[in-house]
Structures are given as structure tokens and as C-alpha cells.
Design a binder for this molecule. Structure first.
Ligand SMILES: [Fe+2]
Ligand SMILES: [Fe+2]
Length: 144
């Protein structure tokens, strides 16, 4: 249930990135800026659902420290940095830089999402968590 919901949210975020990349490639900068906003918001919201709701609940059982959740949070920070750099490249109308950051974003995010879908979310499903409550709390998280 958590796995399905969060995997679908990964797909929804991906779906917001593809048209953004098209606009950058076409150097349609107004359109790119317009598409960057909901894309960034969806990504930050997804990270917030994990960092504020799902991960703390999992850590109640797994403990904090240097485990896989810690790695996921570090990757979120890296990806947030790339999203900001991408936004700056779009504002600067720098096609080459924007496409470069976009490609880095895609590679990092695909690898990150795969680890979550194959490992983290599977672990979440196996832990004795109140999944209905977690799902409801995640759905209440607002955009950043
Ligand atoms: Fe994540
Ligand atoms: Fe995720």
C-alpha cells in the first residue's frame, strides 16, 4: 500500500520532468520556467513525505544512524541541490547547463527511486507500522 502509493508518486514526478526537458531543449524559456515550478514542488513534496512521515516511522523500528534511511536523506539533499542548479540554469537561459543538470537529476533520481522501490518501501511494508495512518499523514503533507 505504501509501496504502491510512493511508487506511483515517483512516476508522477517523472511525468512532470519530461515536458520540462522538452521546453529546455527547445529553448522555450518562459514555458520551461512555468513547468519547473510544479516539477520542483512535486519533488520537494515527495521528499517531505518521506523525511517527515515515512522515514521517522521506520526509524522507530530500525533506529537512526548510518543505515539505508540515512543514505536516502543524503541523496535527497544532493538531488535538491541539483534541482536548484537546474532552476538557476533555466533562469540564465543556459541550454547546455540546464540539460546537463537535467541529465544528472534523472540519473540520480532513477537510482534513488529504484533503491526505495526495491528495498526501502519493501521494508516499510514488512514492518509492523500503522500503514493507513502513515498514508493519511503523507497525503496531508503540503508542497514546499
Ligand atoms: Fe526518497
Ligand atoms: Fe521516494
Amino acid at each position: 500500500m505504501i509501496k504502491e502509493f510512493m511508487t506511483q508518486d515517483h512516476r508522477d514526478c517523472d511525468a512532470l520532468y519530461a515536458p520540462l526537458e522538452e521546453a529546455i531543449a527547445a529553448q522555450a524559456w518562459d514555458l520551461a520556467l512555468e513547468r519547473f515550478v510544479p516539477f520542483k514542488e512535486a519533488m520537494l513534496r515527495h521528499f517531505a513525505m518521506e523525511e517527515e512521515v515515512l522515514f521517522p516511522k521506520m526509524e522507530e523500528f530500525l533506529g537512526g544512524g548510518e543505515g539505508p534511511i540515512h543514505v536516502m536523506k543524503m541523496e535527497h539533499n544532493q538531488i535538491r541541490g541539483i534541482i536548484d542548479a537546474l532552476g538557476e540554469a533555466i533562469e540564465a537561459k543556459d541550454r547546455q547547463k540546464a540539460l546537463g543538470y537535467g541529465e544528472t537529476f534523472m540519473i540520480m533520481t532513477q537510482q534513488h527511486n529504484m533503491k526505495e522501490e526495491q528495498v526501502l518501501y519493501t521494508m516499510a511494508e514488512q514492518l509492523p507500522l500503522d500503514k493507513e495512518q502513515i498514508l493519511a499523514q503523507m497525503q496531508k503533507v503540503e508542497g514546499r
